[in-house]
Ligand binder design. Structure first.
Ligand SMILES: [Fe+2]
Length: 175
């Protein structure tokens, strides 16, 4: 009898599914406003525990929280050494969008909120906008196109006709 059998474990991985993530924050009020007003999350609870101020947010009635904001983030965390758009520890937190019209709606909200930079990238298997939250965590909002294209692939796209025009995307010139 193997050791794993004695311990009651099998060879298969345990059943789990992703639930939520927690962000350490400096300005919990600004972060709550962004995730509520721009990203559309609902504050489901708030309080103190273990020395933290905590805010719980969700966009799914079946999940008490999908995001936890917790105080205690140290100042002056250095940037990512390869590309400063991507975070030093969290490379990206990504959200499915329910079609291009929803992605455009979010884009308008990001512009209204003064979020910069907003970086559109065509991954082939995802049409994405990357943008920072108020504390520089890199977020991605993306649409699944109806086909598969092997990853990784990243083609920068730029918007033609000005920031408020009807979005028409064309391939960006080489940097
Ligand atoms: Fe992504």
């Amino acid at each position: 009898m193997s050791t794993s059998t004695v311990r009651g474990a099998s060879q298969r991985p345990p059943r789990l599914r992703f639930s939520h993530f927690g962000l350490s924050v400096q300005d919990i009020d600004a972060m709550e406003r962004f995730y509520s007003d721009v990203m559309g999350f609902t504050v489901t609870d708030r309080g103190q525990a273990l020395g933290f101020d905590l805010v719980f947010l969700s966009r799914n009635p079946d999940d008490h929280h999908q995001i936890v904001l917790a105080t205690g983030k140290p100042a002056n965390i250095p940037p990512n050494t390869v590309n400063p758009i991507f975070g030093p520890a969290i490379n990206q937190i990504s959200f499915w969008m329910d079609g291009l019209s929803e992605l455009r709606l979010l884009h308008g909200k990001l512009l209204d909120a003064g979020v910069k930079p907003i970086t559109p990238i065509d991954h082939g298997l995802a049409w994405s906008l990357y943008f920072p939250d108020p504390e520089g965590n890199n977020l991605e909002a993306f649409v699944d196109p109806p086909w598969y294209i092997a990853a990784p692939r990243a083609t920068a796209r730029i918007r033609t006709g000005g920031p408020r025009s009807r979005p028409r995307w064309r391939r960006a010139p080489p940097a």
